[in-house]
Design a protein. Structure first.
Length: 244
């Protein structure tokens, strides 16, 4: 996009003046990498026995119908070939410059880490980690991708993805770290999220004197409170605003 637009110029100046930036992102962060957000993929989710994605991703469904869950999860939720986009790399660049102190993400794809970001708080977990319900062993994606049906640990126990299912609370330690990061920042950049999913969206309530930037194609409930609203492609905006 044109790096000389007024919004990009304003964001660039805000970044230049800031010393403690936090980025809070949602599904729109990864759509440029070919991972559909829940809204646009809703039709796909409903194909699974006519159920919504909320039902299919609930802890009750996982426990009661593990075989159906894992078939759905492999087909819809896993994108092992996805690569970071320009937005991911821009944030990693900003971290290397010493300005970005934390990334708070609702995504479970691990692409921020692939781009080189170090301080990433995964509010909803990660598909990159899987836990054995019997022995507690933590493993990567290989056992899930390499097996058919319900994946098993070497001990014979059933695996579960290390994600936050609907019906489960967010990890308290991760949330505490995220809250502290928001409370200390002087610029909070929020992108690719409708800010309607709680308790994650409630993180904005911990902002103190920090400037607030919202980058999202659609309106959010927080637009009126923002110092800058940019309705454009998130990856392109970040790439244009963050110095090389």
């Amino acid at each position: 996009m044109d790096p000389s637009t007024p919004e990009i110029e304003t964001l660039r100046k805000m970044i230049d003046k800031s010393r403690n930036i936090v980025f809070f992102g949602g599904a729109g962060m990864s759509t440029e990498s070919g991972i559909p957000d829940f809204r646009s993929a809703h039709g796909l989710y409903r194909q699974a026995e006519g159920k919504t994605y909320e039902e299919m991703l609930s802890i009750r469904f996982f426990l009661n119908q593990p075989a159906t869950f894992w078939a759905f999860y492999r087909d819809i939720m896993l994108h092992p070939d996805a690569k970071p986009n320009a937005g991911h790399y821009a944030l990693a660049r900003l971290e290397r410059q010493g300005k970005l102190k934390a990334i708070l993400t609702q995504n479970i794809d691990g692409l921020h880490q692939d781009a080189g970001s170090q301080r990433v708080f995964e509010l909803h977990g990660s598909v990159r980690r899987n836990l054995c319900l019997a022995c507690g062993k933590v493993m990567g994606l290989d056992p899930v991708l390499g097996q058919q049906g319900v994946p098993k640990c070497e001990c014979g126990g059933t695996l579960r993805p290390d994600i936050v299912f609907y019906g489960e609370p967010l990890d308290a330690t991760v949330m505490d770290e995220a809250i502290r990061a928001v409370m200390k920042c002087d610029l909070l950049i929020v992108g690719g999220t409708s800010l309607t999913v709680y308790p994650a969206a409630g993180l904005l309530g911990y902002r103190r004197e920090a400037k607030l930037v919202l980058i999202n194609r659609d309106e959010t409930p927080f637009d009126q409170r923002a110092d800058l609203v940019v309705r454009d492609n998130l990856a392109a905006v970040l790439d244009a605003a963050v110095p090389q």
